[in-house]
Design a protein around this ligand. Structure first.
Ligand code: XMP
Length: 326
């Protein structure tokens, strides 16, 4: 049984120097443990899996095999950034799996939020399993488990969705970040030269935009969520809000309303904006966004995003609302 308690002597990693010392120590430990063997990693492009990937690329180079599954529910630009940073800049051994149609076909007509989550999780494992079976000589599975995952659960990172691999595909785990808190992971990520928008990015749920495209997912509304989210993020960065607001995103419900655009009557979807602050995601307050910025974002979304004729701002704290809509 591996030790799952952070050593009392372990210093908090708050500076680049401490991060470099951690990296050096981990490189030695990883090389000693892995040797010339191969390691598999599901690389989502989130902070934790990206930092694990960057660390293992330094430690074992091409013997790390990263699998990036595009399930169609990622934010605009995310799969491209994973390919650019890891394949082109870090020369990683990266397998990119375009599973968009496969996920959207499985999700077609499914409106229940929990059912949607289950399908996304199960399909992810299936795709990852298929890729793993194509590879020879894999002995280890790397995971971006961090200390809060161990404290809050049984140590299996649920949203990485790789806990469910079948018995004949069980690998020894490699979890180099398992004693780190999130802020420490970010300091290590910076020291490993990962881009800021990867290291400091806001939390993003495992089922991705699937919980923000309400009811049964349709391609037109999914594109409306993705495009409106990209506009919101761009405006938050431009207006200095990206570092101040914990989580911000858009939601597209499955009803339409009457509007008028370019002198013509429309029957189109609304986009709901959400921007919240929290420390632990158990409660949350709504960010006081300048009204003029809300108006500017509304103008952009209603002119740039297809099939949208209204924009609403969600004023509800948690409780009574949750952060996500589903
Ligand atoms: P709620 O909506 O419960 O969200 O107030 C709290 C935090 O959890 C995230 N969230 C999820 N993360 N899988 C995830 O990995 C999920 O199914 C999921 N649902 C909510 C949410 O984005 C927020 O940060």
């Amino acid at each position: 049984m591996e030790n799952n308690k952070r050593p009392a002597s372990m210093q908090r990693i708050t500076t680049p120097e401490l991060a470099n010392a951690f990296i050096e120590e981990q490189l030695g430990a990883l090389q000693a443990k892995i040797g010339q063997k191969k390691v598999l990693l599901a690389l989502s492009g989130g902070v934790d899996s990206s930092v694990v990937a960057a660390l293992l690329i330094r430690a074992i180079g091409q013997n790390l095999v990263c699998v990036h599954v595009n399930h169609g529910l990622l934010r605009k630009g995310e799969p491209e950034q994973v390919i650019e940073v890891f394949r082109h800049q870090m020369n990683a051994n990266l397998i990119y799996v375009d599973a968009v149609d496969r996920f959207l076909d499985k999700l077609a007509g499914v409106a229940d939020p929990e059912q949607k989550r289950k399908i996304i999780g199960a399909e992810f494992i299936r795709v990852f399993e298929e890729e793993a079976r194509k590879l020879d000589g894999i002995e280890f599975l790397a995971q971006g488990t961090i200390y809060p995952d161990i404290l809050e659960s049984d140590g299996v990172k649920a949203h990485h969705n790789v806990g469910g691999l079948p018995d004949d595909l069980q690998f020894e785990l490699v979890e180099p970040l398992k004693f780190l808190f999130k802020d420490e992971v970010r300091v290590v990520g910076k020291a490993l030269d990962l881009p800021d928008n990867m290291v400091f990015r806001q939390p993003f749920p495992g089922p991705g935009l699937g919980v923000r495209c309400l009811g049964a997912i349709t391609r037109d509304r999914l594109e409306a969520v993705r495009e409106s989210d990209a506009i919101l993020r761009e405006e938050f960065v431009k207006n200095g809000l990206a570092d101040k607001v914990w989580q911000y995103f858009t939601v597209v419900p499955n009803f339409r309303s009457v509007g008028i655009q370019d002198g013509k009557r429309t029957f189109a979807y609304p986009v709901i904006l959400r921007a919240v602050n929290t420390t632990d995601a158990m409660t949350a307050t709504v960010e006081d966004i300048p009204f003029s910025l809300l108006q500017h974002i509304t103008k952009r979304i209603t002119t740039e995003v297809k099939g949208v004729n209204r924009v609403l701002y969600d004023l509800t704290p948690k409780p009574s609302g949750t952060i996500e809509w589903e």
